[in-house]
Design a protein around this ligand. Structure first.
Ligand code: DAH
Length: 345
């Protein structure tokens, strides 16, 4: 009997040693230690053994069982460890590999110009305000001293949606909105950048374009304030050395009105194709707020004066960055747009 137990033990040990996976180990366990296993069969057959031999055999079986169980467990753990190692190896991430480059967007040149203008005017105490792009005839024209039938309405080819509503042709519409919204009729210092629309569609104009409007109303505002403000604006945006020229002009909402030219930044004023040999480039419209406009929007022209100005953002971006064709601003060519990527953003 003892020999038989030794044989079972020896064989089982060899098989455990040789086993290569958990399945084989389990088979060995069932074969030796399971309910119908070899060692269990010996215990079951104890009845046929001499009484004095029973404790000896019993304890021997128990020892062998414990020993085999321990061996199986040990091997089992080794298998599990190996499997884990294998799995970790498979899932290993090489953190030294260079990462896939993610393409970053860049700010559109027109947005860059808007941000720069906003920063500049906010630093001078202005608020940045917004107005609707779908505007009423009242705010876009009438409240700016352009009654129905006024010939100056022809200056701007409008997109009318109904007889009352149109896509705003100028950010000047926001002037009237800001004045009307200010119930206490206190001083105003605002700029309003935004989209505007006209039925232009030739090579140098787009039917949608950007403008920025400026409006200041206070006591004792004079032409000197307008000139000083625009000088700072132009010098900061386009270059400190540029000269400004105020050319008398006509806008219904300002009196007097001026178109402002800047000395050509390409040729320095000598004359080139950009300035059409004149040495000057027109960049904005401006003037002192017309007393009618103040009155119509609730401000007493005896008490208050003001100045206003408006300029095209697309043109400004083209001048600032030397962009030769306005269509580049709208065709979303990534090679063009990426040039305006700045590391400090
Ligand atoms: N709104 C004018 C335009 O679109 C530009 C302009 C001229 C705005 C004179 C003003 C201004 O505020 O005072 O052509």
């Amino acid at each position: 009997m003892k020999e038989e137990i030794e044989k079972i033990k020896k064989l089982a040990k060899e098989q455990i040693e040789k086993s290569i996976d958990l399945k084989q180990l389990d088979d060995i366990r069932v074969k030796c230690l399971g309910k119908k296993g070899e060692l269990t069969a010996i215990l079951r057959g104890m009845g046929e053994i001499a009484a004095e031999q029973r404790p000896v055999i019993g304890s021997m079986v128990n020892t062998v069982r414990d020993e085999l169980e321990a061996l199986i467990k040990e091997k089992e753990e080794k298998f599990k460890e190996d499997m884990l190692k294998l799995e970790l190896q498979k899932e290993k991430i090489d953190i030294t590999l260079p990462a896939t480059k993610i393409k970053r967007g860049s700010k559109h040149p027109v947005n860059r110009v808007i941000e720069e203008i906003e920063d500049l005017f906010v630093s001078m105490g202005y608020d940045v305000v917004d107005g609707p792009e779908l505007e009423t005839d009242e705010y876009c024209f009438e409240r700016l001293n352009l009654p129905k039938g006024h010939p100056a309405r022809d200056m701007q080819d409008s997109f009318y949606v109904t007889t009352e509503y149109l896509l705003r042709t100028q950010t000047s519409a926001v002037q009237a909105r800001v004045m009307m919204a200010n119930e206490e009729k206190t001083p105003i210092r605002v700029i309003c950048p935004g989209k505007t629309y006209r039925r232009d569609d030739d090579a140098t104009h787009s039917h949608q374009f950007g403008q920025v409007e400026g409006l200041v109303i206070d006591k004792n505002i004079s032409l000197a304030d307008l000139k000083g403000t625009l000088e700072v604006f132009v010098h900061k945006m386009l270059g400190e050395n540029l000269e400004l020229r105020f050319r008398p002009s006509y806008f219904p909402f300002t009196e007097p009105s001026y178109e402002v030219d800047v000395s050509c930044f390409k040729c320095g004023g000598k004359g080139c194709s950009l300035c059409k040999q004149t040495g000057w480039i027109e960049i904005l419209g401006s003037g002192m707020v017309h007393p009618n406009v103040l009155k119509m929007n609730g401000y007493d022209p005896e008490k208050y004066t003001g100045f206003a100005f408006g300029t095209g953002l697309d043109r400004l971006a083209m001048f600032k960055f030397g962009i030769p064709d306005i269509r580049l601003l709208y065709t979303n060519d990534i090679r063009f747009l990426n040039q305006f990527d700045r590391k400090d953003d």
